[in-house]
Design a protein. Structure first.
Length: 371
């Protein structure tokens, strides 16, 4: 099967978590002998920032890590859609594309009904910035792949799409796996500061517990303002900047625990969506403690896959427990890893995608059922 994918970037994961999932899905599809073509804009902001900060060496590093993956960069004004989509069986367009591209592909599908067309949403813009969500043209799409039930329901309730499916993110277990190494550090957090969507929570659930416990801790990520860097330094936490996502398993292997700090929209408006960092941490077999979020879709087993801290004081108490109790630490790591391997790998998600494709391929035009 020929599958064409339009995404913000395959090559760059600078403040672009969707690249993690895209790489895993593309790798799994190719391992099943599907032909995969990925298109990304030539001037994407993630790639531009990556090169500005780390040069072309970062791109070469990606290609060394993913020998089988490549993308075609395009300029929207000169994109030849007929050539890009020739012979396609399935086309997926990610929501972090220019609205004009979303519309153009929809219009192309209206003229060329031979392939199936899906829109992929992995962001909170459906509730936080709906005016920028590129929904114009979705009437020509077969449906929406939404990374949680709450997002799927919004598309159906607001009439943005006739059909929508839940398609959670997952761990690329070709890359994210336990690695044997000496655990010399206590706590590591890998995440971006972002747009003030969790600033207070980072202080409460990471900075203050690490400072009060005197932990050997490191933080990796981008877009940390000066005041955040100062707070990390004052707490004795080493700030290490951007790290290519494929190096994260080696970092986890050096530490005894990590934390998950969800952004506010995933706590208040979009319950049930953990984001991909949870899947990746558990796949690496590192004990995880998370700030509160509602696993209303029952993806995991709180208390066995990870521990939940209701506030900063409880985070400090749970960190002390995990770091001092080897049996608890091993039980959490083992249970979380088995949950990923049994339910939440990119292979599982490709199985789901193939079922969705079979459903839309066999549906009459204009069918309105949602799953």
């Amino acid at each position: 099967m020929r599958i064409v994918m339009f995404y913000h970037s395959l090559v760059s994961d600078w403040n672009h978590g969707n690249a993690h999932f895209l790489r895993g899905i593309a790798s799994e599809l190719m391992s099943r002998e599907h032909e995969v073509r990925i298109f990304e804009p030539e001037d994407g902001w993630s790639l531009k920032n990556l090169v500005a900060d780390h040069g072309e060496a970062a791109i070469r590093g990606f290609h060394r890590a993913y020998l089988q993956l490549s993308s075609t960069r395009y300029r929207l004004a000169s994109l030849d859609l007929d050539g890009a989509l020739e012979g396609a069986d399935l086309v997926i367009v990610h929501e972090w594309n220019e609205p004009e591209l979303v519309r153009m592909v929809g219009a192309h599908r209206a003229r060329n009904p031979g392939y199936r067309l899906l829109f992929h949403d992995t962001h909170h813009r459906s509730v936080t910035d709906r005016d920028r969500l590129p929904v114009a043209g979705l009437e020509h799409y077969d449906g929406v792949l939404a990374f949680g039930r709450a997002v799927r329901d919004l598309y159906l309730k607001r009439g943005w799409a006739r059909r929508a499916w839940i398609w959670h993110e997952a761990a690329d277990t070709r890359v994210f796996r336990p690695i044997e190494a000496q655990r010399t550090g206590d706590l590591v957090w890998i995440g971006n500061w972002g747009d003030d969507e969790r600033s207070a929570e980072i202080r409460e659930f990471l900075i203050e517990p690490a400072r009060e416990l005197g932990l050997n801790a490191e933080v990796y990520g981008v877009r940390y303002p000066e005041e955040a860097l100062a707070a990390l330094a004052e707490a004795g936490i080493r700030y290490c900047g951007w790290v290519p996502n494929y190096e994260v398993p080696n970092i986890f292997a050096r530490f005894r625990a990590t934390v998950h700090i969800p952004r506010k929209p995933y706590v208040s408006d979009l319950p049930g969506i953990p984001t991909i960092r949870v899947f990746e941490a558990l796949a690496c077999g590192i004990p995880l403690i998370t700030a509160p979020w509602d696993d209303c879709e029952h993806l995991f087993t709180p208390g066995k896959d990870y521990l939940v801290a209701r506030d900063g004081s409880e985070m400090k108490r749970l960190l002390r427990r995990v770091l001092s109790d080897g049996a608890l630490s091993r039980a959490l790591a083992g249970h979380g890893l088995q949950t990923i391997l049994s339910r939440h790998t990119c292979a599982h998600r490709v199985d789901e995608l193939m079922r969705i494709f079979a459903e839309v391929a066999g549906a009459p035009a204009g069918a309105g059922a949602a799953v």
